[in-house]
Design a protein around this ligand. Structure first.
Ligand SMILES: NC(=O)c1ccc[n+]([C@@H]2O[C@H](COP(=O)([O-])OP(=O)(O)OC[C@H]3O[C@@H](n4cnc5c(N)ncnc54)[C@H](OP(=O)(O)O)[C@@H]3O)[C@@H](O)[C@H]2O)c1
Length: 288
């Protein structure tokens, strides 16, 4: 069993930390809004750190799942950041969806202190975190990955090292690029079917078993048809992720015309009041 800290008890981090504790690891938590960390400790036991540094002090592995690049910098190398409290040989595992650049930066800063760094964004959403069945995409050094993989499996169904530091974030970008175009295609299909007077549930039921089938169709098709979006992965988060993808594409020369267009559609959804709606809300633009 490992001595670990978890920084960031949000929608994802709260249940991920719970799985670590349930598997028998010694867990210390930190959350910017302390009341959430106090609730976590009251429910699960374990210890509370008042700062990232205090939570990370003396731990073998420090996990984080915060919002974006700047949030991640704050909890690692900011004042009272985790890196200050971590000993040589300890490993920082970042589950935030962030840029590959910040991963490389923190890998280098950690390296100066003998701290290992693995970028490890996740896929599977709130339900995946609650049920401990996330997919984890990792970048970093193989021997460091081998140290943390068994602990990550406390809340994952799949965890894979895809290359050097940054490779986890780059893989997550591929994931988000694939989702963006697909959801727009699905939205247009459902919109067209409605205009054609078809029974959409029957249509989805039959075509989901064929070549058009997808996770999005299985899990979001019905609710898109019903105009229900108050759940799932927020449009604000998706825009953050697509901005990361488009910035990386500018660097590596990839052409992402559909991704760029869908990003603009999401900005329209935000203007409609849909900042916290699920990403499947692209259909709302077609039906307004
Ligand atoms: N939700 C999903 O379905 C999903 C799926 C895959 C990946 N992700 C990614 O996972 C990450 C977290 O998502 P989430 O849904 O768990 O978000 P969330 O519910 O908004 O939680 C964010 C957490 O980060 C903390 N935080 C933010 N900025 C901070 C800062 N500057 N310093 C210290 N703590 C800070 C927040 O603390 P407070 O409690 O004080 O606000 C909160 O604990 C994001 O990068 C997101 O893109 C989310």
């Amino acid at each position: 069993m490992a001595k670990v800290a978890f920084l960031g008890l949000g929608v994802m981090g709260y249940p991920m930390a719970r799985h670590l504790k349930a598997k028998g690891h010694e867990v210390t938590v930190y959350n910017r809004t302390t009341a959430k960390a106090e609730r976590w400790v009251a429910e699960n036991g374990g210890r509370l750190g008042r700062t990232p540094r205090e939570a990370a002090d003396g731990q073998e592995i420090v996990f984080a799942c915060v919002g974006n690049d700047d949030d991640l910098r704050q909890v690692t190398i900011g004042p009272d950041g985790a890196f200050e409290g971590m000993a040589q040989g300890a490993v920082f595992v970042d589950h935030t969806t962030a840029s590959a650049e910040v991963a490389r930066e923190l890998f280098a800063r950690g390296g100066e202190r003998g701290i290992g760094f693995i970028d490890a964004p996740v896929s599977g959403g709130q339900a995946g975190a609650e049920n401990g069945v996330l997919t984890v995409m990792c970048g970093g050094e193989p021997e460091v990955f081998a140290q943390v993989e068994p602990v990550i499996m406390s809340y994952a169904r799949a965890c894979r090292l895809l290359g050097p530091v940054g490779s986890g974030q780059l893989t997550k970008m591929v994931n988000q690029i694939c989702i963006a175009g697909l959801v727009q295609g699905l939205a247009e299909g459902i919109h067209f079917g409605k205009r054609a007077g078809l029974d959409i549930e029957a249509v989805l039921d039959v075509i989901s078993k064929g070549a058009a089938g997808s996770w999005q169709m299985e899990n979001r098709g019905k609710t898109m048809n019903q105009g229900k979006f108050d759940f799932g992965f927020a449009v604000d988060w998706m825009r953050k992720d697509l901005a990361i993808c488009l910035a990386e594409a500018r660097r590596n020369g990839a052409h992402l015309p559909v991704t760029a267009l869908v990003d603009q559609f999401y900005s329209e959804v935000q203007k409609m009041g849909g900042r916290r709606w699920d990403t499947s809300s692209l259909i709302a633009l077609l039906e307004r």
